[in-house]
Design a protein around this ligand. Structure first.
Ligand SMILES: [Fe+2]
Length: 470
């Protein structure tokens, strides 16, 4: 009898706790929950507080001397700051006025994603470009509202600027589409990549980071998955079709793209700022083409093509990498991006671009335009290498095509690319850390490149049965 009474008591406490927590949300957030169907856990990913969240570092056009930081708070915080100092062995960077404080640019954004029955979210987005930094130096920084105690500041993060000696080895991680079930299924991918390469210099996201461009919850999942990695390793991202709003026919870039990232604004048109841009990273030129905008309009196509021609014709970097969401060579017939291939590939060939990193097809493939090296381990004079990859759990079928050296499906992957002066090493890994694809390129003074395809450790070909049914 006592047991039953205790159980009834527990159930009562539980129900009243849930009601309280629901009521608290109504008090905290002045928005309408009436059509909101999601559970409480989603709230943690959606609503900002006075303490910064979604903190992310982006590469600037000149990463050796500057970096950009973005973060989010609630709208009670209308003034925000970054504090930065050179890293020390202990807490002594806090002494003797070593910490410099810079005021952020802040903007209020309110967004209601009715497509997914998400509530109205009011947030303040803050950003700072920290300039006049020393190359090859590790800094510590934190973001907050300037309070005297630590309550509303982030933790101190460390971040390293690229070396002044441009031929110093550096590495970056390339992710294909994360896109779906990001918290559930992509978290371990980004975390595994960081675990395998904690000294990585930056990360590159080849579009479709999320599924619904206006879903605050999905963006919340993306930031959650990367957590402090986003704030410690700088990243760049090129938009995919899913970063464009489907409800407007993919014509409008996500309302959150520019508020939550600070990417270079050196593209050819106003509408291409922070989506089409070029970066000098040590001895590599890194270029983002806005593939959705390219498909959307002739004006954008012509502008991006002309701009790319100009960037590549003035390029004095040893290595050149282009990222864009839609592949120039697809992994399946019928998924063809003709305009991109017809307009961009001639420039890739003319200026001997080295790497093209793409997404969208939810499969893996790596190869080159001509099939001259098919089946060979060593190709003495390689052209551009094209890669399509996928990091999230959504998987499609692919078909053998002439351009492919390696093809695979139903595997979540990330790629670690290391450039050491004249040598580029590319390794594709599974979520378990198995080597899935590997090659190296050696560049000679005359510009010729020797490609060596390495044997992967993982030769299994997953089939459709490996993807759980929803
Ligand atoms: Fe896509």
């Amino acid at each position: 009898m006592k047991k039953i009474a205790f159980l009834i008591f527990c159930v009562f406490v539980c129900i009243s706790c849930r009601q309280n927590s629901h009521n608290n949300h109504h008090e905290e957030h002045t928005h309408n929950h009436s059509n909101y169907q999601s559970g409480v856990p989603a709230h943690k990913l959606i609503f900002p507080s006075a303490t910064p969240d979604r903190i992310i570092v982006n590469l600037t056009q000149n990463p050796a001397r500057s970096f950009a930081v973005n973060w989010r708070t609630n709208q009670q915080i209308d003034t925000a700051y970054i504090e930065i100092a050179k890293e020390t062995h202990g807490p002594d960077f806090l002494l003797n006025h070593q910490v410099k404080r810079i005021k952020a640019t802040s903007q209020f954004i309110q967004l209601e994603n009715t497509r997914d029955q998400e509530p109205l979210v009011k947030a303040a987005y803050h950003s700072v470009v920290v300039k006049n930094l020393e190359p090859g130096t590790t800094y510590v920084y934190r973001v907050g509202n300037g309070a005297n105690n630590n309550d509303t500041w982030s933790e101190w993060f460390q971040i390293k600027t690229p070396s002044e000696d441009i031929n110093t080895p550096f590495s970056f991680i390339y992710f294909g589409d994360a896109q779906n079930d990001v918290k559930s299924m992509w978290s371990r991918i980004i975390r595994k990549s960081y675990k395998m390469m904690p000294e990585v210099d930056f990360m590159l996201h080849a579009g479709d980071l999320i599924n619904h461009s206006e879903s605050d919850r999905e963006w919340g999942e993306w930031f959650y998955a990367g957590s402090f990695i986003h704030a410690t390793v700088p990243s760049i991202m090129t938009p995919g079709n899913h970063e464009y709003d489907r409800t407007t026919g993919r014509k409008n870039l996500s309302a959150l793209w520019r508020p939550q990232f600070t990417l270079p604004q050196n593209g050819p048109l106003e509408e291409l700022k922070e989506t089409c841009y070029a970066i000098d990273y040590q001895n590599m030129k890194l270029i983002s083409i806005d593939a959705q905008s390219f498909i959307n309009s002739k004006v954008s196509r012509n502008a991006q093509t002309k701009w790319l021609d100009s960037i590549l014709s003035h390029n004095n970097k040893k290595w050149t990498t282009i990222t864009m969401h839609y592949p120039i060579f697809s992994t399946k017939k019928g998924r063809d991006n003709k305009e991109l291939r017809e307009m961009i590939q001639p420039l890739i060939d003319k200026y001997r671009v080295d790497l093209i990193l793409q997404g969208h097809d939810h499969t893996y493939a790596r190869g080159y335009a001509s099939n001259e090296g098919l089946g060979k381990t060593v190709v003495e004079n390689s052209g551009a290498i094209y890669a399509v990859s996928v990091s999230g759990p959504k998987m499609y079928e692919s078909q053998n095509q002439e351009w492919m050296v390696k093809r695979g499906e139903y595997t979540q992957l990330f790629q670690i690319i290391t450039i050491d002066n004249n040598t580029l090493n590319y390794n594709s890994y599974t979520s378990k850390g198995g080597l899935y694809d590997s090659f190296s390129l050696v560049k000679y003074p005359n510009g010729k490149k020797k490609l060596t395809n390495h044997k992967p450790d993982i030769n299994i070909r997953h089939k459709k049965d490996f993807v759980p049914k929803n």
